[in-house]
Design a protein around this ligand. Structure first.
Ligand SMILES: [Zn+2]
Length: 248
C-alpha cells in the first residue's frame, strides 16, 4: 500500500553499503522510521532530499505485513542550507527536533504540531537574529497544542489582568495561572511576572514569527525556564538531561 505524505527529516543513518534509514516527522503518522534502499546513491529518486531538517513530500510503501515503511521517492519542498551551515542556529534547531521526536514517537497524527515544527524551521532558516529562548518557547507551544494550555491573560478566579498583577502564579498540576491572592492549592507552583505571562500568552495564541525574537529581562529568564520545564515534566513526562530528553 502506497501513500504520499509531507515529512520533515529528523535524522538520517546508513546501514549496509548504500541503504539509509530516515527518521521522519509526519502530520498523519507521527514520528516514523522508513528505509530508503539505495538512498545514498539514488539521485533520481531522492535528488537533494535526504538531509536532516529538509521538508520533503515522500511516497511511502508499507511492507506486506505492515511492519516496515519504505521510501520510494521524494520531492524536496524546502531545504535548510543556511541553518545547517550555521552552528549558532543549528544547535537550537536540533534541540527542537529532539524534543519533537521524544514527544511524538508513535503512530498518532499531529497535524498542528507538525505545522509548528515546519514553521519553526522555516523561521530559523530565514533569520539569524533569533531569540536564545526559541527552543524553550517551542517546547511551551507543543505543551499548549497538546491541550495543556492555561490562560495567561486573567486570573480565572477574580478576572484580574495577570500582566499587571503582583506575582501571578502558575499552578502546574491544575493547569491554572492565578493572581497571588487566588493561587490556592497544593502541588508545584512557579511565580511568574508581567513580562513572562505576557510572552507565554503570545506563545499560546500566536505563531512562531510573533515570538521568535523575544529577549528576556534577566530577572524573567529563570522564571520562564522553570515554568516551561515544570509544564513539560508534568504534562508530557519529559526532562532535558545530558543532551537528550528523557522520560521522567
Ligand atoms: Zn485572582
Amino acid at each position: 500500500m502506497d501513500f504520499t505524505e509531507s515529512s520533515i527529516i529528523l535524522k538520517v543513518g546508513s546501514f549496509r553499503e548504500i541503504d539509509l534509514w530516515v527518521r521522519l516527522a509526519t502530520p498523519a503518522h507521527g514520528v516514523v522510521t522508513a528505509f530508503a534502499f539505495g538512498g545514498s546513491r539514488s539521485r533520481r529518486r531522492f535528488m537533494g532530499c535526504l538531509d536532516p531538517l529538509n521538508r520533503v513530500d515522500f511516497q511511502f510503501r508499507r511492507s506486506g505485513r505492515g511492519e516496515y515503511l519504505y521510501l520510494m521517492e521524494g520531492r524536496l519542498v524546502r531545504g535548510c542550507p543556511e541553518l545547517r551551515a550555521d552552528a549558532a542556529r543549528l544547535g537550537p534547531a536540533v534541540n527542537c527536533v529532539k524534543f519533537y521526536e521524544a514527544v511524538f514517537e508513535g503512530p498518532d497524527g499531529t497535524e498542528e504540531s507538525f505545522a509548528l515544527l515546519a514553521e519553526a524551521l522555516e523561521v530559523m532558516e530565514a533569520r539569524a537574529d533569533l531569540s536564545p529562548l526559541l527552543p524553550l518557547l517551542f517546547r511551551a507551544k507543543v505543551v499548549f497544542l497538546q491541550g495543556y494550555a492555561p490562560g495567561f491573560g486573567a486570573c480565572p478566579r477574580c478576572g484580574k489582568d495577570l500582566r499587571t498583577a503582583v506575582a501571578p502564579t502558575l499552578l502546574v498540576e491544575q493547569g491554572v495561572v492565578a493572581c497571588a491572592e487566588h493561587a490556592h492549592g497544593s502541588g508545584r507552583r512557579v511565580v511568574l511576572d508581567p513580562w513572562t505571562v505576557d510572552l507565554l500568552e503570545t506563545v499560546r495564541m500566536r505563531g512562531v514569527r510573533r515570538w521568535a525574537d523575544a529577549v528576556p529581562p534577566d530577572a524573567s529568564r529563570r522564571r520562564l525556564f522553570d515554568a516551561v520545564d515544570a509544564l513539560v515534566r508534568y504534562h508530557l513526562g519529559l526532562a532535558w538531561e545530558d543532551g537528550r530528553f528523557r522520560r521522567v
